[in-house]
Ligand binder design. Structure first.
Ligand SMILES: NC(=O)C1=CN([C@@H]2O[C@H](COP(=O)(O)OP(=O)(O)OC[C@H]3O[C@@H](n4cnc5c(N)ncnc54)[C@H](O)[C@@H]3O)[C@@H](O)[C@H]2O)C=CC1
Ligand SMILES: [Mg+2]
Length: 316
């Protein structure tokens, strides 16, 4: 993704643009200077475009003091003039955040070439690429994440399985579901298993990752489906009647052999049986937590266990 963009050191980190001030040397054919009355009134109305470190401009229409009194013609004129000015200044793109109640401005922006980048429940984000060639702006979410939990009772060799209510074929599978925003993989597995079966458990490791593109259940985007190994701590099933048709503790070897399951579940059942017999260290992808470069945040790193001699290989 490298291209002819301005060097990062040349770009100030997020600062307000002085866009409303008239540009002394720049007089468009109509004789009106950029940073015109439309620009000045928009500044007075609260808009403060920001420049990011990549050289793109961000505008939040939520900053408008009285959005209802801004008409589309004024906004269109301001946007047109601003785009001209930003192009002249070498800006690479514009990010335009529009609250849902100001959606009338979406059409105005679209007429200037803006397209949707993404939408959240209460706002949409549009972009306009101003740089050379095709847009190098990063896209929005490309995958959804589903997580299932294989809760194995190591004392009995039985594993918790369900059959979904809303499926055409009733195959046995591990309980699971979609990850909530900001939720750790292991927490999704534990939460979904509890919600669907009433069984409490603890996250132990990752077992497998499945990637499926153009997933119909993911609105046509890609779907990542992760199966975790869980240690159950309760055993009385009370399954969710809305989501599940059946739920039971099934002998792991029986699950590994049955045809009455999905290829993913069958493969992971065989993997889990191998770990159960030969040691979970043969199959587990375990997790370690580290502080992120972003202040106060942490991330989780998942990988196979390393011997201590390799783990502590730091130069003195
Ligand atoms: N074991 C396997 O082979 C299978 C794996 N998966 C994976 O599991 C994950 C999703 O798990 P789920 O149990 O489906 O999620 P989930 O446990 O979060 O439940 C989703 C709920 O939303 C409902 N729902 C889904 N689409 C809907 C729609 N368009 N309108 C109304 N209701 C809707 C479903 O009926 C279900 O009640 C995905 O990653 C998927 O790829 C799903 C099925 C089988
Ligand atoms: Mg589910």
């Amino acid at each position: 993704m490298l291209g002819a963009r301005a060097p990062r050191w040349a770009l100030p980190a997020r600062r307000a643009l002085n866009w409303a001030r008239p540009q002394p040397a720049r007089v468009p054919p109509g004789g009106r200077r950029l940073g015109s009355s439309a620009g000045r009134s928009l500044a007075a109305a609260g808009l403060q475009p920001q420049l990011d470190k990549f050289g793109a401009v961000t505008v939040h229409l939520a900053q408008l003091h009285a959005p209802d009194s801004l008409d589309q013609v004024t906004f269109q004129r301001w946007l047109q003039e601003s785009i001209k000015q930003w192009r002249a200044e070498g800006r690479i793109a514009v990010w335009l955040h529009i609250p849902i109640l100001q959606s009338k401005f979406i059409a105005t922006a679209a007429l200037q070439g803006f397209t949707f980048h993404h939408a959240e429940s209460d706002s949409s984000t549009l972009t306009l690429w101003l740089g050379e060639g095709h847009s190098r702006l990063p896209g929005y979410a490309t995958h959804q994440l589903g997580v299932a939990g294989a809760a194995l009772d190591v004392d009995t060799g039985k594993v918790l399985v369900v059959q979904d209510k809303n499926k055409t074929t009733n195959a046995w599978k591990f309980p699971g579901g979609l990850s909530d925003p900001g939720e750790d993989i292991g927490n999704t597995a534990v939460r979904e298993v509890f919600e669907e079966t009433g069984i409490k458990s603890e996250f132990k490791s990752l077992l497998s990752v499945r990637q499926q593109h153009r997933h119909p259940g993911a609105f046509g985007i890609s779907d990542m489906y992760i199966i975790c190994r869980l240690q159950p701590s309760s055993f009385n099933i009370s399954f969710c009647q809305q989501e599940c048709l059946r739920c039971e503790w099934m002998d792991l070897e029986e699950l590994a052999k049955t045809k009455d399951t999905t290829p993913i579940t069958s493969s992971v059942a065989k993997l889990l049986l191998y770990g159960y017999r030969e040691g979970f260290d043969k199959i587990d992808i375990t997790m370690r937590e580290f502080p992120a470069v972003y202040t106060g945040l942490f991330y989780k790193l998942y990988h196979r266990e390393l011997p201590d001699t390799f783990k502590n290989m730091t130069e003195l």
